[in-house]
Design a protein around this ligand. Structure first.
Ligand code: G3H
Ligand code: ZN
Length: 278
């Protein structure tokens, strides 16, 4: 199947009152497992690569992007490629030629005016190059191993009025909102601010994106989708599954048995989390 477009997958999910799952991949095994999990539950999916994952590859985008694209093209379900948490304008500009249908431009750490200015210029570039663009307002904490933000700290929640202005002034296609989730949680114990999500869904007419979704139990994921979240970003849950499987299968010198176990475990995680959103 040829590569899908993230915007189309989000639109189709929204039309059905669902959310599309977008999984952060680091290795080829992550990509293979996400595709296998999506095929198992016969549902479209997004494979996403973060700027941090590219840094892990010594800044080389193409080797892992081409591998992900090949997995996507071989899939029996629609799969789109998304470049995630991009801060570097140089990396942003590589997206279109590397098979990505969409990008998330992340200037959420900047003060409002600077976030808006940087995001507007990223959106102009993205649209001129045929890409769907997501941005973030209010900051979902815990990025790159940072300490989680205090959920009551200023900036740890997205303000609906500010969000409406931000979307209209920046021209982005989707908005990541801070409603109580935190990146990199290894337990599924977080709870969302559903009242705030309801206000955001009412105030905004672009799809809302949830980050840091690994920390949420299935019931919270389902409630987020019911409340209007249309793209759900998941990374750490795959890494937890992978690392546990490797730990329990780490014998001998051949990496294939433990990598196969890791892929099997990540496939099960991906399938289960996609199902929680549908
Ligand atoms: O953009 C990526 C996600 O927000 C993943 O967050 O690793 O906490 O699931 P997570
Ligand atoms: Zn994120």
């Amino acid at each position: 199947m040829s590569l899908a477009a993230t915007g189309d997958l989000v639109r189709e999910a929204a039309a059905g009152g669902r959310a599309v799952a977008a999984f952060n991949i680091i290795t080829l095994e992550h990509a293979e497992a996400v595709v296998a999990g999506a095929e198992r539950v016969r549902t479209a999916v997004v494979l996403q690569l973060s700027e941090n994952a590219v840094k892990f590859r010594d800044g080389q985008l193409l080797p892992i992007a081409r591998a992900a694209a090949a997995c996507a093209e071989a899939a029996a379900v629609p799969v789109a490629l998304h470049l995630d948490h991009v801060k570097s304008p140089e990396l942003l500009r590589q997206a279109a030629d590397a098979g990505f249908a969409s990008v998330m431009y992340d200037a959420a750490h900047l003060p409002y005016g600077e976030n808006l200015e940087a995001t507007r210029s990223a959106a102009d570039w993205a649209h001129a190059n045929g890409l769907w663009i997501e941005a973030e307002l209010g900051e979902v904490g815990g990025k790159k191993g940072d300490a989680p933000l205090d959920p009551h700290a200023p900036g740890a929640r997205t303000d609906p009025d500010e969000a409406r202005r931000f979307v209209s002034d920046s021209g982005v296609d989707a908005l990541a909102v801070a409603i109580g989730s935190t990146h990199a949680m290894t337990t599924r114990t977080a709870a969302l601010d559903h009242a705030l999500l309801a206000r955001l869904a009412k105030a905004l007419d672009v799809p809302l994106v949830l980050h840091g979704s690994s920390g949420l139990p299935d019931s919270e994921l389902a409630a987020a989708v019911a409340g209007g979240i249309r793209k759900v970003n998941i990374g750490t849950a795959l890494n937890v599954a992978m690392t546990e499987a490797i730990r329990s299968n780490l014998t001998g010198a051949d990496p294939r048995p433990y990598l196969a176990a890791a892929r099997t475990a990540m496939t099960a995680t991906a399938a289960a989390m996609i199902s929680a959103l549908n």
